[in-house]
Write a protein that binds this ligand. Structure first.
Ligand SMILES: N[C@@H](CCC(=O)N[C@@H](CS)C(=O)NCC(=O)O)C(=O)O
Length: 144
């Protein structure tokens, strides 16, 4: 019986997974285009960020869409059932839950931010001050 239940969920994932990725592609937002100097500054900040994710998790898709919209370039790590990424996530953040944003400081300390809404709020926060600091207009045009 257990094997049938497992097979059922595996099949479900097999069918729903590609549909979710298709949906992610079809609903991808337009990426903001910044002045190169501003983007470069932001890229430097984003080097300290790593998103732990599942490819077909709806909460991760929500975060990835916002990353795309804000044109943030950061590393993403998939978290399979076993492996070093999951071990790092559990050891660092305390939970095997995604999405999770690892925020490292230059001294090597890390904070682990769970919850898609909190991650999106944080990412909007780091993207926003650059427009105020910099005299160059932050968003100069949008691309399709
Ligand atoms: N409220 C959370 C929900 C996150 C969530 O439930 N993530 C699922 C994947 S879709 C998860 O990691 N579950 C634990 C597991 O699969 O081990 C958010 O918005 O990020």
């Amino acid at each position: 019986m257990k094997i049938f239940v497992r097979l059922f969920f595996k099949t479900l994932r097999f069918v729903i997974g590609p549909l979710m990725l298709l949906w992610e592609f079809a609903t991808r937002p337009r990426a903001l285009v910044r002045a190169p100097a501003v983007q470069k500054k932001l890229d430097q900040q984003c080097r300290h960020l790593v998103l732990y994710q599942y490819r077909t998790c709806p909460f991760c898709i929500r975060v990835r869409q916002e990353i795309r919209r804000l044109s943030l370039n950061m590393e993403r790590r998939n978290v399979p059932k076993e492996g070093s990424n999951r071990e790092d996530l559990v050891r660092g953040g305390g939970q095997a839950k995604v999405p999770c944003l690892k925020i490292s400081d230059p001294a090597g300390h890390s904070q682990w931010l769970y919850d898609s809404a909190a991650i999106i709020a944080y990412l909007r926060g780091i993207a926003a001050p650059l427009s105020a600091d910099d005299q160059t207009p932050l968003f100069i045009k949008e691309t399709p």
